[in-house]
Design a protein around this ligand. Structure first.
Ligand code: FAD
Length: 417
């Protein structure tokens, strides 16, 4: 069997894989990416967060991305009936990026992969990892192309950025169930001609349809808007017909989408994704590190996926470089803990969203501007800024605030009566 040698083998050419590959390559090591699919390929995850711009900058991807004219995103709007809560990243607690992009991922990921290839990192498409043997931190990976040709790649280190493929967790039985309830999404891209009627294109909108069911609306610069429903699986059973019939009936059932999306042209037949939450016990081992979705994917509500993917890769890449230089790396302290910090903050907010805690906070009549700025930084992805009380006390503070709002509202009701 043909054998190749590299310093670092990266599995997957999504945002996680390409960010890690670029940073390690810039440090002078030989890197190769193997990617199962042919690009451009569809993947969901179209709304980015400002924090990911720091990782994209370090990977030297921003210049190439700017040329693509993607829709700039300046905030996130939450809607429930007549109530609106609009977050603008300008008005946030943490001193960070004030904007990011809303992107068709096929184009975005192809730009990242093409850019890293132009830098000198080969990307081998339609090449799947089928087996890995470790000998200490050295490894031999077997890959297979679409014609069934196999070869082996020897590497000093592996970065697994295989996303939903979860290559290393699957090969080495490291998978663990998520604590989050299984949810399902039905989504499509729409030719959104009436977009200016009731929504600004420069932010995403999340519409609460009913408790536990919400809709994402993500306008792209192309005039196409991504729109998806997320709920528990039972919700979708309440609609008749095939995916398109169900999707159109759901659009009709929600006042916010009814008129704007009635008879809208669909770019593709609505698709279903379900039970996406997944995790593993440990995000590293001798000779490998897991980055991006392979570590843990929570839920789409706060658009955390690409940010956690790129930031985990940014952190991991620098540790891999130190390891290759022969320096000691405390993977638990320097990688697992910061990665879990981000995951844990977002997990608290995801749970607070589905429990209704954030509804109470977001849709209160006179929001406290200081608190709004602090929560805005969480929604911008600055979940490592522990000077922000809504980051530091992510699991208690939103609940306490919602309880206080509940009590104040009750007292005001009594006053009125
Ligand atoms: P990916 O982008 O999935 O890339 C991994 C790559 O690895 C793929 O190209 C795959 O082909 C390749 N691969 C897999 N197996 C192998 C193998 N054996 N050999 C070689 N290559 C392999 N995130 C956001 O940030 N914003 C959103 O708005 C958002 N919305 C979402 C909506 C839904 C319904 C869901 C389920 C997720 C959403 N996400 C969102 C999450 C987002 O999809 C992911 O977090 C993001 O794509 C992770 O990037 P990645 O680089 O880790 O993985």
């Amino acid at each position: 069997m043909q054998t190749e040698k590299v310093d670092v083998l990266v599995i997957g050419a999504g945002p996680a894989g390409t960010v890690a590959a670029s940073i390690i390559h810039q440090a002078g090591y030989t890197v190769k990416i193997v990617e199962k699919q042919k690009f451009p390929r569809f993947v969901i995850g179209e709304s980015l967060l400002p924090r990911c711009m720091e990782a994209l900058t370090e990977a030297k991807f921003v210049e190439a991305l700017e040329k693509r004219d993607f829709q700039k995103k300046y905030g996130a709007k939450f809607v429930k009936g007549d109530a609106i809560c609009d977050f603008t990243f300008e008005n946030q607690y943490t001193d960070g990026w004030k904007w990011t992009w809303q992107v068709p991922r096929a184009d975005f990921d192809t730009t990242l992969a093409d850019t890293v290839q132009e830098m000198g990192v080969p990307v081998e498409y339609e090449t799947t990892v089928t087996a890995i043997r470790f000998n200490g931190s050295d490894s031999v990976t077997t890959v297979e192309d679409i014609n069934g040709n196999k070869k082996e790649i020897e590497a000093r280190f592996i970065v697994d950025g295989s996303g939903y493929g979860r290559v290393i967790p699957k090969l080495f039985n490291l998978e663990k169930e998520s604590v989050l309830q299984p949810r399902k999404a039905l989504f499509a891209h729409t030719v959104d001609k009436k977009r200016y009627m009731d929504a600004e294109p420069n932010r995403i909108t999340a519409v609460v349809h009913k408790k536990g069911t919400w809709i994402w609306i993500i306008p792209f610069s192309t005039g196409v808007t991504s729109l998806g429903f997320v709920s528990e699986p039972d919700f979708f059973e309440g609609f008749e017909g095939n995916n398109e019939e169900k999707y159109r009936a759901m659009l009709e059932a929600e006042p916010f989408t009814r008129e704007r999306f009635r008879d809208v042209e669909l770019v593709f037949e609505p698709r279903i994704l379900e039970s996406w939450s997944a995790t593993t016990d440990k995000f590293y081992g001798e000779g490998y590190v897991l980055t991006g979705n392979v570590t843990e994917f929570l839920d789409p509500i706060f658009s955390s996926g690409v940010t956690l993917a790129t930031v985990s890769s940014q952190t991991a890449a620098k540790l891999v470089i130190r390891k290759l230089k022969g320096e000691a790396v405390d993977w638990e302290k320097e990688y697992m803990e910061p990665t879990m910090q981000g995951v844990n903050v977002f997990r608290s907010y995801v749970m607070a969203w589905y429990e209704g805690t954030l509804d109470t906070i977001f849709f209160r009549k006179d929001p406290d501007e200081t608190i709004k700025r602090q929560i805005c930084s969480v929604l911008a992805g600055y979940v490592w800024d522990t000077t922000n009380p809504y980051v530091a006390k992510h699991d208690t503070l939103p609940k306490r605030l919602a309880r206080m709002i509940g009590v104040t509202d009750k007292m005001q009701d009594l006053d009125v009566k």
